[in-house]
Design a binder for this molecule. Structure first.
Ligand SMILES: [Zn+2]
Length: 291
């Protein structure tokens, strides 16, 4: 008998852990690039310049974060991002049957037919076979753009892990890989929801910034880095139009923020939903338009 069989929820939880580590590292790199550029900031330092058809392809040239591809932090982030996406695929397969993850029976542990063996002792299928399994047993096949970006990230990851390669994914590529994989494998805006829940769980009290201020800052940096098409697809915001700080996010500010002023008013994530209403992507609140 096989013991300690993982569940779909186990894999989602570990996926979130790996993807969060990768995301936070990439955001840190983007923040450094942003503040390096901020004195001479113009649109050429943001994802705006890569907003054409090629903007959403892995490897698209983006100023501000490209040179950071050589950064050690992005090596770890690339590996974590790939591992997280692998776990999302495992979750999807486990929803049908965890036994689909177990490889060739010739590789099964010795004596596994004579005593209980934990699931972790079995060799499981590799990354390429995860895609094959998903597309074979799933209700819908995975889209081509996901398969392309997964393969490119797999090559980067293998180069870093097995061949001492030094060319990590860029911070922007890591953000897109995380947003695209969660969008497709979990659901639209799933990543925003996970980040919101994580910030709400870790930020409380008057001696630290409010969860929504920290999330506003993070999303502002993501928007700075991403092209308009990716912002629209994965964050459901229009990079080309004005952002506002929503009244609910202002209300949530803590004494710490009022005292230290770590977060500024340009980091709002609310936009006009209709002529009378603004909607905040961070806290999901609606308010009357400022006009
Ligand atoms: Zn808000």
């Amino acid at each position: 008998m096989i013991t300690n069989i993982p569940t779909e929820a186990n894999f989602y939880k570990s996926a979130a852990r790996f993807l969060t580590a990768a995301w936070e590292e990439a955001i840190n790199e983007i923040e450094s690039a942003f503040y390096d550029e901020v004195d001479g900031y113009d649109n050429e330092t943001s994802g705006d310049e890569a907003d054409g058809e090629e903007a959403d392809e892995m490897g698209a040239d983006e100023a501000g974060t490209d040179e950071a591809g050589e950064c050690d932090a992005l090596v770890t982030a690339s590996i974590n991002a790939f591992t997280g996406i692998e776990h999302l695929l495992r979750a999807r397969i486990t929803a049908i049957s965890p036994y689909l993850l177990i490889g060739d029976c010739r590789d099964w542990p010795k004596q596994c037919d004579k005593k209980d063996v934990p699931f972790g002792a079995f060799k499981t299928i590799d990354a390429q076979d995860l895609i094959k399994a998903c597309n074979t047993v799933g209700a819908a096949r995975l889209p081509e753009d996901f398969l392309d970006s997964f393969e490119k990230l797999r090559i980067i990851r293998n180069s870093l892990v097995h061949s001492h390669g030094s060319n990590a994914a860029t911070a922007r590529e890591i953000l897109i890989a995380i947003l695209r994989s969660t969008h497709i494998l979990v659901g639209p805006l799933a990543w925003i929801k996970w980040r919101r829940e994580a910030f709400q769980a870790t930020h409380g009290g008057d001696d630290m910034p409010s969860w929504s201020s920290v999330m506003n800052k993070e999303l502002s940096l993501a928007v700075f880095s991403l092209g308009a098409k990716d912002c629209n697809t994965y964050l459901k915001v229009n990079k080309r139009t004005r952002f506002y700080l929503c009244p609910a996010c202002i209300q949530r500010r803590t004494r710490y923020e009022h005292k230290v002023m770590l977060v500024d008013d340009t980091q709002g994530m609310a936009q006009l939903e209709d002529p009378e209403t603004i909607y905040c992507r961070t806290c999901e609140a609606r308010a009357s338009s400022p006009w």
